[in-house]
Write a protein that binds this ligand. Structure first.
Ligand code: SF4
Length: 122
């Protein structure tokens, strides 16, 4: 998928509004981080997160989104081992993994705001 700079800004702001404040409130700022620099997964993996969410058929079951998140995001993440394990995920230290429901809602709502015609298509 290709995203324009404006779209990426809109999606990132939506995630900031819906997820980042809670992430900080619950202390993830202290424990969540990708790679040696400890980057925020929403900054590090933004395009892959968007692609994973937006290519998953919409579902009320958050589990439906996990295969694409693992395939498109975690597989590219420095925190995941070659065998597919992730200590951050196992310890509930990854803000993306822990707040996935909010992240999916934020991305889908932002998509609907930017593409109202597609959002109203059954
Ligand atoms: S769950 Fe692990 S591998 Fe996936 S984005 Fe979070 S830190 Fe990276």
């Amino acid at each position: 998928m290709n995203f324009t700079p404006d779209e990426l800004t809109n999606y990132r702001e939506a995630l900031r509004d819906r997820v980042c404040s809670l992430c900080r409130k619950f202390g993830y700022e202290e424990v969540c981080g990708v790679g040696v620099d400890g980057a925020c997964p929403f900054d590090m993996h933004l395009e892959h997160i968007l692609e994973a969410v937006l290519t998953t058929p919409r579902s009320a079951d958050i589990g439906a989104y996990i295969p694409k998140i693992r395939e498109k995001v975690c597989s590219e993440c420095a925190n995941q081992s070659d065998s597919g394990t992730c200590k951050s995920r196992d310890h509930a230290y990854c803000g993306l993994d822990s707040f996935l429901i909010l992240a999916v809602q934020a991305v889908e709502d932002a998509f609907d705001r930017m593409h109202p015609a597609k959002a109203n298509t059954p």
